[in-house]
Design a protein around this ligand. Structure first.
Ligand code: CO8
Length: 208
């Protein structure tokens, strides 16, 4: 087996094997600062000179970071299990509280950069949270490596920002290659905000 092959989850596919990362000490704070920057980028109303100064600083940051761009599965982002959102800026900064064959629970808040309109979360953020949960449920339930074939979200109430939330997902039923998953997004007091159902289909040899 070549070194490149040993990095794959399955020799028949191109999916990289998931290896949790132990991030360098400053990484967590760096990611949190980036999230704060996202909050500000979508909310500030500043004079032109402030944008010009910010533009110069971000250009400097890009120059600092660009030489270290790495392929999927190499850097700590998305693999740092102890950090909110696994240290990935794509993911809301949530933490996994329960991960076993029965269910997967993650908790956290949505923040200013998740705003849709009228002070509540953008509807498109919820499928991201459900899809990520479904992926973890498949893994926790020891089902074969699968991808989402469909995902259905019922929006029962608007989802507030800066309020503790939880998602719990579990396997509903299995039918050959198909794993059907259900999940509920709630507030801390159990108020149902959204529920979802998804079909995860086991990948066949050669499917990316
Ligand atoms: C490694 C990463 C793991 C983490 C994943 C996290 C979740 C993700 O976000 S994955 C990204 C989003 N998903 C994708 O990009 C998937 C893109 N789609 C695909 O790759 C393929 O369509 C795939 C793999 C889902 C299914 O393709 P294929 O293997 O050809 O399935 P196919 O043979 O048509 O169907 C298998 C079964 O599923 C059913 N099925 C497939 N799609 C659907 C659908 N949309 N609705 C209902 N049933 C469906 C079929 O009817 C069939 O059922 P049965 O066995 O009873 O006849």
């Amino acid at each position: 087996m070549t070194e490149a092959d040993s990095e794959k989850v399955d020799l028949r596919s191109e999916i990289p094997r998931f290896k949790p990362a132990t991030p360098p000490a400053a990484f967590g704070e760096f990611v949190e600062n980036m999230r704060r920057l996202q909050d500000l980028a979508v909310s500030i109303d500043a004079p032109d000179e402030v944008y010009a100064a910010a533009q110069e600083k971000t250009a400097e940051l890009i120059e600092l970071l660009a030489p270290f761009e790495a392929r999927e599965g190499k850097g700590p982002a998305n693999r740092s299990m102890q950090l909110p959102g696994r240290g990935s800026l794509l993911m809301p900064p949530w933490k996994v509280e329960k991960f076993d064959e029965e269910s997967v629970v993650a908790t956290g808040v949505l923040r200013r950069y998740h705003l849709g309109g009228g002070g509540v979360a953008h509807g498109g953020v919820l499928p991201l949270i459900f899809d990520d949960n479904f992926g973890m449920v498949v893994y926790a339930a020891k089902r074969p490596i699968s991808r989402t074939a469909y995902l259905h979200v019922n929006y029962r109430k608007v989802t507030p920002l800066n309020v503790p939330l939880a998602i719990e997902g579990k396997v509903d039923r299995v039918d050959g290659r198909k794993t059907f998953i259900t999940a509920r997004l709630t507030e801390e007091d159990g108020t149902l905000l959204a529920d979802g159902e998804g079909l995860m289909v086991q990948l066949l040899p050669g499917q990316p």
